[in-house]
Design a binder for this molecule. Structure first.
Ligand code: ADP
Length: 299
């Protein structure tokens, strides 16, 4: 059996096992689908005095230094800074994929010790399974939900495909999709388990400007409709101002928070608006200032 066939076989077997399990277990609540789609209260994140070092042989990189950040329930926070300032490292630690050497990260007061369905991550590359079709990829995110039967999982998957405007492409293969459509599938897959926090690592960086603009609009609508706490990593200041309630500026060597900007422009925001450009140029000025200061310090 080829690797692709085996993976598909395993997926189908796991789905059948989950179905059998669901069929044998008494249903506690008949409202599963409604509950599933209702949305969940967003989480408050508390990052407190976090430091992180990476060691490779004799080389040690001080990736983050004493980073403290609170993200309110339902807040959309953008982390901005040049490459290497520790944004992705911080996001991985909030996801529970890596751990601080110093300091703590809590989600609604509970320490983050491992990845969890309540905190989903979306990366720059969609990382979809090419041997599954569109709905198969979204269903993959739902396969660990034993309280749902197969047809219910499909209903949930279709709900999220509709939300990202892809219901007509449910049965397309991944190869047939444009870059923007792939990121929409990845977004649907991240939203389908109904997480309380969405962690996004430069998800639109590889897309052309027009596709990105469409997705900015869609993401704002989805965020307003589903009320998630979102932490969004980018090095694009305009993108951050377009999406964030707050923009948090990092500087590198080691990664530190330098300054924070509250963005109170009305939504949905247009990335080409004058008001947005004004905020963006203020933040870009600050970013350059901090970059110059940190390169002087490391000289
Ligand atoms: P950013 O997302 O802001 O570009 P990263 O979080 O990826 O920054 O990286 C911060 C610093 O930590 C960089 O100097 C990077 O080279 C280093 N780093 C990140 N991950 C690892 C790793 N797994 N091993 C060694 N160094 C790493």
């Amino acid at each position: 059996m080829s690797a692709e066939n085996r993976a598909e076989f395993e997926l189908v077997s796991e789905e059948s096992a989950a179905n059998l399990f669901a069929a044998l277990m008494p249903r506690v609540d008949q409202q599963t689908i409604e509950d599933e789609l209702r949305g969940v209260p967003p989480t408050k994140l508390d990052i407190s005095h976090v430091s992180k070092w990476f060691r490779e042989g004799v080389v040690e990189t001080h990736a983050l230094d004493d980073v403290s950040l609170q993200v309110d329930e339902g807040e959309f926070v953008c982390l901005v800074g040049p490459s290497g300032c520790g944004k992705s490292t911080l996001l991985s630690m909030i996801a529970g994929l890596d751990f601080p050497d110093k300091g703590t990260i809590t989600s609604d007061g509970r320490a983050v010790l491992s990845p969890g369905r309540d905190r989903m991550v979306m990366f720059q590359e969609a990382a979809l399974f090419p041997w599954l079709n569109v709905i198969g990829n979204v269903l993959f995110g739902l396969k660990l939900k034993p309280n749902l039967r197969n047809h219910e999982r499909r209903e949930v998957a279709m709900f999220y495909l509709k939300l990202v405007g892809l219901e007509r492409s449910a049965h397309s293969t991944i190869h047939e999709l444009s870059g923007g459509m792939r990121q929409r599938v990845a977004l649907a897959r991240s939203l389908a388990p109904n997480p309380r926090v969405l962690l996004m690592d430069e998800p639109f960086a590889s897309l052309d400007a027009m596709t990105r603009e469409q997705l900015y609009g869609d993401l704002q609508k989805i965020w307003q409709a589903r009320r998630k706490t979102i932490v969004f990593v980018t090095h694009n200041v305009r993108e951050a101002v377009c999406l964030g309630d707050r923009v948090v500026l990092f500087s590198p060597h080691p990664g530190r928070i330098r300054e924070q900007f509250k963005i109170d422009l009305p939504r949905p925001r247009d990335i080409n608006s004058g008001a947005l450009a004004q905020h963006a140029s203020e933040i870009t000025r600050a970013l350059k200032l901090h970059r110059d200061q940190s390169s002087e310090a490391s000289d």
